[in-house]
Design a protein around this ligand. Sequence first.
Ligand SMILES: [Zn+2]
Ligand SMILES: [Zn+2]
Length: 368
Amino acid sequence: MVQHARAAVFPGDGTYEIREFAVPDPPPGGAVLRVEAVGLCGSDAMQLHGQRHVPGEVADVVPGHEIVGVVHAITAEAAANWGVAEGDRVCVDEIVTCGRCRACLGGPGGLCANLQLYGYTMGADHDGGLWGGYGEFMRLLPTTHLMKAPDGLTAAELTVFEPLANALNWVAAAGVRTGDRVVVQGPGHQGLLCAAAALAQGASQVIVTGTGADGTRLATALELGAHAVVDVDAEDVTERVGELTGGRMASVVMDLTPVPAAVNTALQLAAFRGRVALAGLKHFRPVENLLSDLVSLKSLTVHGCAGSTPGSMEQAVQLLADRPSIARTLRGVHVGLEDVGRGIALLERAVPGEDAVHVSLVHEHSVR
Ligand SMILES: [Zn+2]
Ligand SMILES: [Zn+2]
């Protein structure tokens, strides 16, 4: 008898629906995951509204790319390749490369020619349809990169491994090391995890900036170990960062805000020979009044930041094992499949009087 599982599907027109799918069998050489929890991310809100921003992205998809679950069924080949067995809890790297194309084999630059991303590139009509974390079950392709989950954290807490892997990748790109004075602009969960990642890499001072609406988030930054927070609505941020750094300004500025003008601020806050990491997407709005002279005269290095690497994924899961408090502090709000709309509204800060530092979807598994 075929068992059925539920999944939220985004057609890409601002709506979503809960559909039933057959619980799949493992693809050749792969496995099936019983998804326990998936972290919600600003990128999901973009998908809901059909704003495509990821290579190969399709509409009418089961989204969800911050995936934690239990191996439900696995082929002998995958069990041997991944070193996991049925019943193991794993964190899933959403990036699936083929391992055999030119880019994968070390060719210059470029993306894998056969790249797949769970939650983005394989639609609800593709081979059984369950390819994202908003489904109660999903298929895992044979070249998937899995990490065994550390004990002691819940599945919902563990979902921060994915944004933490991004943060560690970006902190590495900006070369954050012991002695750095780091300013993180934007205290969403991705920015908060950049602060945590910078601290883990030995930054000696971490300052997180936000707006007057970010009270809860700035308090969370301090809980994570940030040395200071600045409300840019209440204070002159350049002056305040000057005071906090003894006039030296930031050796690294990471911009995680959706606000174009924050790029100008980042250039102001950077010290001579500073590094500026641009990660917060501006929805393709241009930065007005950009003063490139600041980049030249201060000899700044500007890094573009997107996504994770297999190495930063491994590092993120290890960091959560070493410092589980990062995940516990970011735990945030949980929603069920029926409440995905509320989860996205919380992400978009569209629920009056409520703010969540992190939102995750926790599946109840009413398998039929
Ligand atoms: Zn994400
Ligand atoms: Zn490839």
